[in-house]
Design a protein around this ligand. Structure first.
Ligand code: NOJ
Ligand code: CA
Length: 561
C-alpha cells in the first residue's frame, strides 16, 4: 500500500483525478443508491483507466438540498452510502491500488440542520455559540457582495424567526455561512480536517473558499482575513499530516486565484476556472486566441503548486469568469434552449456540448491532458455520457453511471422506481448506446482511447510539471505550445477548426531537434531553420516529443538522435 508519507510530496502534480458522486457510481447493496461498497467494487475499473486520485463529492449526513454541500454533520457518512467503516475500507482499497482519495471540506457554510446552527439560533445574541454564524438586525449589511445562485436567491440574508435576526448565506438560504471571526469555528474546522486526515484521506477540496470572511465596504471575496484562515488550515495539515493536499475551489480570475497558493503556504492546488469556458469558446470561434489570452494572463505560481484543469464537473459550466460579451456568445453557441441554462452557466455534459462529436471530445481531452496542470475527469465523460435538462437544478448531469445496456444501466439491481435517479435513456446518449461494458469490448471506443491517452500522459512527467511556452503559428486556428521539464520537451498542437489546416510554426528555438509523434512514435523531419510546415485534420491534435531539443538556457544545440 502506498502510504501518504512514502510518496513524493508533490504527487498531486502527476495525478489523474476522477470526480464522482458516491450515490451515482455503483449500488452494491441494491437499494437504488450508489454506496462505498459499490465504489470499492469499481476501483479496478478506475485503476485500469489510469486514475490516481479519486475525488468524492460530499457524502456526509445531510438533508441533501444541495446534494450534500449542505452538511449536517462533518464527522459521519450519510447512511444511504454506508458506514464510516465502509468509507475506511474504500480508502484502504484505493490506497492498495495507488489511488489517493480527495474529499470535500465544505468550509464556508453548513446546512441549517447542523447542530451548530440549531444551537446558534437559540443562543443569546453575542454569545460564542450564537456567533458560529453571521447574524444581523438588518438585511442591508455587506451590500457589495453579489448573489451567486441568481436563479433561486434574491438576497444573501434570510430572516430566522427563532433567532429574531437575519443570517448570512452566499449560496442557498438553507446554507448559513459560518463565522470565521469566531475562533471556535476555525477550531471546529481544524478538528474536521484532522478527523478525516487521520482516516487516511489524501486531500481536501476547500469548497467555496473565497467567501470565508465578510467585511463591510468590500465584495466579501478573497479578503486577507480569508487567506489567513487558509494559512492556518495549511499549517496544521503540514505539521500533522505532511504530504496531504489542499485544493481551492475559487471561481475567480487567475490573478485573484493566485493568492490562494500564497507563498506555497496556502493551497497546493486551485482549479483554473476561466480557462474552461475559453476552451469551449475557441472551439466554436475556431480561433485559439481565447485560450492563449487567458493563459498569458495567468500569473506564475510557486514551485510546489499546481493548477487543476477540467472540462466539465458536477456543476453548470460556469460563465462567471468571462466578460458579458463572451457570456452572450457562449449562451448563443452552447445553450440556445433556455432549459440548458442555470444561474450564470450552462448545465450540460461534455459530449452533448460538442454535439457528441468524437473528434471534438478527443481534441478537448488532449488540451485537458497537456495544458499545465492536473487533469480532472468527471465520471461518465470518459464514455461520452449525456445529460437531461428536464431534471431540476444540476441533477441532469448527476445521473447513474452507465455500466451496461442492461436494466438500470447496470448501476443497480433495485426495482427501477427506487433509484435515486433514472439513468439516461435517450437513443443517442442512453445506456443502451453508451456504456462501459460495450466500450471495453470495442477497441475503437472513446473509453479505450481515453485509457490510452492517460497511459501516454503518465509516461511523461513533463505534462504535470513542465513549463509552458506558446509557439507562434501562421494560422490562428492552430494552438501551439511547448512543455519543458528536465530533458523532456513536448510540442502540443491543436486545430480548433472543423476543417483541415496548413500552418507554419516558428520552431527556431528547437533547431536540430527531431519531432516524434507520441501516439504512433513516427519521426517527422528534423527541425532546420525557423519555419516548420505541418497540417492537421479538422479538430485534429498532435503531441510531438522534440528529441534532441536543447534544454532551456543551454547555448549548444544537441545533434538529432
Ligand atoms: C460549490 C459546489 O461545487 C456546488 O455544487 C455547491 O452547490 C456550492 N459550492 C454551494 O455549496
Ligand atoms: Ca446502495
Amino acid at each position: 500500500m502506498v502510504r501518504a508519507v512514502d510518496r513524493d510530496p508533490l504527487w498531486y502534480k502527476d495525478a489523474i483525478i476522477y470526480e464522482t458522486h458516491v450515490k451515482a457510481f455503483f449500488d452494491a447493496n441494491g437499494d437504488g443508491i450508489g454506496d462505498f461498497g459499490g465504489l470499492v467494487e469499481k476501483l479496478d475499473y478506475l485503476e485500469q483507466l489510469g486514475i490516481t486520485c479519486l475525488w468524492l463529492l460530499p457524502f456526509f449526513p445531510s438533508p441533501l438540498r444541495d446534494d450534500g454541500y449542505d452538511v449536517a454533520d462533518y464527522r459521519g457518512v450519510h447512511p444511504s452510502y454506508g458506514t464510516l467503516e465502509d468509507f475506511q475500507r474504500l480508502v484502504e482499497e484505493a490506497h492498495r491500488r495507488g489511488i489517493a482519495v480527495l474529499i470535500e471540506l465544505v468550509v464556508n457554510h453548513t446546512s441549517d440542520q447542523h447542530s451548530w446552527f440549531q444551537r446558534a439560533r437559540r443562543a443569546p445574541p453575542g454569545s460564542p455559540l450564537r456567533d458560529y454564524y453571521v447574524w444581523s438586525d438588518t438585511d442591508q449589511r455587506f451590500a457589495g457582495a453579489r448573489i451567486i445562485f441568481t436563479d433561486t436567491e434574491r438576497s444573501n440574508w434570510t430572516w430566522d424567526e427563532m433567532a429574531g435576526a437575519y443570517y448570512w448565506h452566499r449560496f442557498f438560504s438553507h446554507q448559513p455561512d459560518v463565522n470565521f471571526d469566531n475562533r471556535l469555528v476555525l477550531e471546529e474546522m481544524l478538528g474536521v480536517l484532522r478527523f478525516w486526515a487521520s482516516l487516511g484521506v489524501d486531500g481536501f477540496r476547500l469548497d467555496a473558499v473565497p467567501y470565508l470572511v465578510e467585511r463591510e465596504g468590500t465584495n466579501c471575496e478573497n479578503l486577507p482575513e480569508t487567506h489567513a484562515v487558509i494559512r492556518q488550515l495549511r499549517a496544521a495539515l503540514d505539521r500533522e499530516f505532511p504530504g496531504r493536499m489542499l485544493l481551492a475551489e475559487a471561481n475567480q480570475w487567475p490573478w485573484d486565484v493566485r493568492p490562494y497558493f500564497g507563498d506555497g503556504d496556502e493551497c497546493h492546488m486551485a482549479f483554473h476556472f476561466p480557462v474552461m469556458p475559453r476552451i469551449f469558446m475557441s472551439l466554436r470561434l475556431e480561433d485559439a486566441e481565447p485560450i492563449v489570452d487567458i493563459l498569458r494572463r495567468t500569473p506564475p505560481i510557486p514551485e510546489t503548486c499546481q493548477w487543476g484543469l477540467f472540462l466539465r464537473n458536477h456543476d453548470e459550466l460556469t460563465l462567471e469568469m468571462v466578460t458579458e460579451e463572451e457570456r452572450d456568445y457562449m449562451v448563443l453557441a452552447y445553450a440556445r434552449d433556455a432549459g440548458q441554462r442555470l444561474n450564470l452557466g450552462i448545465r450540460r455534459r461534455l459530449a452533448p456540448l460538442v454535439d457528441n462529436g468524437r473528434r471534438r471530445i478527443e481534441l478537448l481531452s488532449s488540451l485537458l491532458f497537456s495544458l499545465p496542470g492536473t487533469p480532472i475527469l468527471y465520471y461518465g465523460d470518459e464514455i461520452g455520457m449525456g445529460d437531461d435538462v428536464l431534471r431540476p437544478d444540476r441533477d441532469g448531469v448527476r445521473t447513474p453511471m452507465q455500466w451496461s445496456g442492461g436494466p438500470n444501466a447496470g448501476f443497480s439491481s433495485a426495482p427501477g422506481p427506487s433509484l435515486y435517479s433514472q439513468p439516461i435513456t435517450d437513443p443517442v446518449y442512453g445506456h443502451a448506446a453508451v456504456n462501459v461494458a460495450a466500450q471495453l469490448r470495442d477497441p475503437s471506443s472513446l473509453l479505450r482511447w481515453m485509457r490510452n491517452l492517460i497511459r501516454l500522459r503518465k509516461q511523461f512527467q513533463v505534462f504535470g510539471r513542465g513549463t509552458l511556452e506558446f509557439v507562434s503559428s501562421s494560422n490562428p486556428k492552430i494552438l501551439a505550445y511547448v512543455r519543458r521539464w528536465g530533458e523532456d520537451t513536448v510540442l502540443c498542437l491543436a486545430n480548433v477548426s472543423r476543417q483541415m489546416q496548413p500552418f507554419e510554426l516558428d520552431l527556431s528555438a528547437f533547431e536540430g531537434a527531431t519531432p516524434v509523434e507520441m501516439l504512433g512514435y513516427t519521426a517527422f523531419p528534423r527541425i532546420a531553420g525557423a519555419r516548420y510546415f505541418l497540417t492537421l485534420g479538422g479538430y485534429g491534435f498532435a503531441w510531438f516529443e522534440l528529441r534532441g531539443a536543447r534544454p532551456p538556457g543551454a547555448g549548444i544545440v544537441a545533434p538529432a538522435r
